[in-house]
Design a protein around this ligand. Structure first.
Ligand code: FE2
Length: 240
């Protein structure tokens, strides 16, 4: 899983960072480990959803020859992403959410790009969790619980943490692994039956202990996730 690419228009280097080069470097490292699937977990764009940026990302991903999925972050446009990455869908989607039923665990991809989810999406999510096995795997851009990140959380946190907890609490016998980005750091948070794995960005990391914006430009990485019949193992790999 790669997240928070923050790719800008051609020639633009936000905060002096070549985000396209960073992304390609991390992508090629991750491809080297031979994944079955790659997930891009949102904020593909740096400012707002952009057709040319999505097309560029699609070209890079298609060139890997590895299946991949994309979800939308707060800097993305789910409708544009749907058109470009999922053209087989007949209608444009206002929210880009979907599921894949793998042998050991359903993989559920959510759209939290508004910092919230519609009740329709919650109803769908509830059905997906209830119809799957004991282990549930969710990918969403926003961490659905607070993680102690002083700069990001006061302004940019998911706004429906209680609603999300209510839903997960309805399935106490299920183990729910939730893979997120958004906070630009590595952190794991456990609450009841949920394990939330926050994953570093391919752009910059943000220091969690300061209220002001303190970027850390020297660390980029991705997350490896191994899922088999009876366990899940995950690690963050930093790329130099
Ligand atoms: Fe981001």
């Amino acid at each position: 899983m790669l997240t928070d690419l923050h790719i800008d228009e051609e020639g633009e280097h936000p905060l002096g960072i070549d985000t396209r080069s960073n992304f390609i470097k991390v992508l090629h490292t991750s491809v080297g480990s031979g994944p079955d699937l790659i997930v891009l977990a949102g904020d593909l764009c740096n400012r707002v959803g952009d057709e040319q940026i999505y097309s560029w990302v699609k070209t890079q991903m298609d060139a890997t020859g590895i299946p991949y999925h994309c979800i939308a972050g707060n800097h993305d446009d789910p409708r544009l992403m749907c058109d470009i990455f999922y053209p087989a869908k007949n209608t444009s989607c206002d929210e880009l959410y979907y599921a894949h039923h793998e042998p050991f665990s359903p993989l559920i991809f959510l759209d939290s790009s508004e910092g919230s989810m519609t009740e329709t999406q919650y109803q769908w999510l509830s059905h997906e969790i209830s119809s799957g096995g004991i282990c549930v795997t969710i990918f969403m851009h926003h961490p659905p619980i607070l993680a102690g990140c002083k700069h990001v959380e006061p302004t940019y946190a998911f706004t429906q943490t209680e609603r999300f907890q209510l839903l997960c609490g309805a399935f106490p016998d299920k183990s729910i692994a939730i893979f997120c980005g958004h906070y630009h750091l590595e952190r794991t948070v456990q609450m009841k039956n949920q394990h939330v794995y926050i994953t570093p960005s391919t752009f910059i990391q943000i220091h969690p202990d300061f209220e002001e914006f303190r970027p850390q430009n020297d660390l980029i990485g991705y997350r490896e996730i191994l899922i088999n019949e009876d366990k899940m193992i995950t690690n963050v790999i930093y790329v130099t």
